[in-house]
Design a protein around this ligand. Structure first.
Ligand code: F6R
Length: 608
């Protein structure tokens, strides 16, 4: 999730663009840059790696003067953080900033290279600058027309913003899947990926919709669609304050991130699944499961719970034995690892000390290592053979939510990839699973809407002393994750258990002061988990059930029921974790806790 800003009007663009980028800082980024058209229509670009202050220092030494400009803070997805990979990307007299992913960038790059075009970055964005430049050279009469020609070749998610020396008094922008907002001033226009970037200049905004293109001039904005037909939409007045705006109107980053999950999953899957070959692709990394003795998934905390779900996915689809280990245990237990073992290290931050040490340990013993990370070029990807990046965007709330489900998506991709290559996953089954996986974001959106804020559930259970979470199969890791989420932000003691273990000890805890969350979606262990639920009820336990939409039997047995859409058991964690995240959040809010920065916790654990 990069940050984008743009300005056209009578004032100097640079301070407005830098101020806008500063307002988007909360998203986190690895590099930043500006492109400005000077009064003679000459394009100048400045970029630098690291904090915005580095770019500001550069601009002090070499000021960019002009009244039309665009800016960008980058959160790397293609190519490591570097000046060459920072936006804006310039080709000839064209500069482009982009948020999103161009799926067919390799095909387009090959085609452009065959025409003699050279590339100076590893990004997918530079392709668009070439395509617009190519269209202008081929005679496109306007910048918007050149952008349309470029977009007709592009597959993917984008918020794209373009300026050009040949059309020096305008900015053109297009949106597909990534957000873009236009700010309407008096004799000036603004543009940004997010409202806070422009709030000090205007509160009148137009949110671009999918497939729309905007032409911005100081005098106003013209909207059209990809086919060139005009679009009209009234502006909206923003009433949020600046802090609320950073959270997109949500009271906390955690809640915003919970609601970003459908987008995070869609972006993580984008371009990596193909229905025609019924296969999943890992950006150049090939896993041949046949010589593998086993897979070892290592991680900490929430990422470890994703690993536990990953074990189900890989064992069931690829039939390769899997172990899941806490990174802090793995590194110190003299692990048996050799060239036929594949270690999959899962880390949102890519820099957790124990996970990094586990990777180094495995590599030192000759093991193969694949990372799953949300931060491009972070420490763990750097010491791994390959990385499947999750495209969740920066996660700011300390309690991980969208990165967890994005990790599940990455693990599903790896499992399908391995299953197809091990010969255990036939094309028709793979195609069915791929279709179901592709539908997960929409089902998550439905679930988030129907679950609501769960404030009533929070009011009922906020004073509980302890909580138990029970699940079976793929929902056992979700029971662990539900307990962790509740503990870390509500400070209520909670334990997650495999439901079958309940009578081997934890049932002694059950009384009317201990709510028991039972994960009971329909599936192969439904009957078993229902009998666990009955046992809890028989001891006066208060049951909060998570079940499949329409399950009346379950609703009648539980004190409270939270429904999620029906999906196959392997993919249920994407759904069943949602009510647990929302419930933990709602209880923490009801208890007056600092949800985004819970006590004693840090977002990245870079020490042991
Ligand atoms: C819990 C949480 C932590 C992290 C853990 C690993 O909400 O966020 O348990 O999952 O510290 O962090 P990463 O994934 O960055 O290695």
């Amino acid at each position: 999730m990069c940050g984008i800003v743009g300005y056209v009007g009578p004032r100097q663009a640079t301070p407005i663009l830098v101020g806008g980028l500063r307002r988007l800082e909360y998203r986190g980024y690895d590099s930043a840059g500006l492109a400005v058209l000077d009064p003679t229509g000459h394009l100048e670009v400045s970029r630098s790696v690291g904090k915005l202050s580095a770019l500001e220092q550069l601009l002090e030494r070499q000021p960019l003067l002009g009244r039309v400009g665009i800016g960008h803070t980058r959160w790397a997805t293609h190519g490591r953080p570097s000046e060459a990979n920072a936006h804006p990307h310039r080709v000839g007299g064209v500069a482009v900033v982009h948020n999103g992913i161009i799926e067919n960038y390799l095909d387009l790059k090959r085609r452009l290279q065959a025409t003699g075009r050279e590339f100076s970055s590893e990004t997918d964005t530079e392709i668009v600058a070439h395509l617009v430049d190519e269209a202008l050279n081929a005679g496109a009469p306007t910048l918007v027309e050149a952008l349309r020609v470029a977009l007709s070749q592009v597959v993917g998610a984008y918020a794209l913003v373009v300026i050009s020396e040949r059309h020096p008094d305008e900015i053109v922008a297009a949106k597909n899947a990534s957000p873009l907002v236009i700010g309407i001033g008096v004799g000036e226009m603004f543009l940004a990926s997010d409202v806070p970037a422009m709030l000090e200049h205007t509160r009148d905004v137009i949110f671009l919709e999918e497939g729309e293109i905007a032409e911005l001039r100081a005098t106003g904005v013209k909207l059209s669609n990809l086919a060139g037909e005009p679009v009209t939409r009234a502006s909206r007045r923003i009433t949020w304050d600046a802090v609320q705006a950073e959270k997109n109107g949500y009271p906390h980053f955690m809640l915003k991130e919970i609601h970003e999950q459908p987008r995070a999953i869609a972006d993580t899957l984008r371009g990596r699944l193909r229905l025609d070959t019924a296969d999943a692709y890992l950006e150049g990394y090939e896993i041949d499961p046949r010589p593998l003795r086993r897979v070892v998934l290592v991680a900490c905390g929430t990422s470890y719970h994703a690993g536990l779900v990953g074990k189900f996915m890989i064992e069931s689809l690829a039939r390769v034995p899997c172990e899941v280990d806490l990174a802090s245990e793995f590194r110190y237990r003299d692990p048996v690892v050799g060239p036929n073992d594949l270690l999959i290290a899962i880390s949102q931050s890519g820099e957790t000390a124990d996970t990094l040490a586990a990777v180094k340990e495995a590599r030192a013993r000759g093991g193969r290592v694949l990372a799953i990370s949300n931060v491009v070029d972070s420490a763990i990807p750097r010491v791994s053979e390959g990385t499947v990046y999750t495209h969740a965007g920066p996660e700011i709330g300390v309690a991980s939510t969208k990165c967890f489900t994005a990790q599940l998506a990455a693990l599903a991709l790896i499992a399908i990839h391995m299953g197809r290559r091990s010969g255990h996953l036939a094309a028709p089954e793979a195609a069915k699973l791929i279709a179901e996986l592709a539908a997960i974001p929409t089902k998550m959106t439905t679930a988030l809407t129907t679950l609501g804020d769960l404030a009533d559930v929070a009011a009922r259970y906020r004073d509980a002393r302890d909580f138990l979470f029970l699940g079976r199969g793929t929902n056992f890791p979700i029971a662990l994750e539900g307990a962790l989420k509740l503990k870390e932000i509500s400070y209520i003691h909670a334990e997650g258990y495999a439901a079958g273990e309940m009578k081997h000890g934890p049932i002694a805890l059950v009384d009317d002061g201990v709510p028991v969350v039972v994960l009971a979606p329909r599936g192969p262990s439904y009957e078993k988990i229902i009998s666990n639920l009955v046992q809890v009820r028989a001891r006066n336990g208060r049951v909060i059930a998570v079940g499949t939409e329409g399950d009346q039997q379950l609703a009648e047995m539980a004190e409270c029921v939270l429904f999620v859409p029906d999906v196959s058991p392997l993919l249920q964690p994407f759904m069943t974790v949602l009510p647990l995240q929302i419930m933990s959040y709602a209880i923490a809010v009801a208890r007056g806790n600092d949800v985004d920065q819970p006590r004693n916790l840090a977002k990245s654990v870079t020490v042991e």
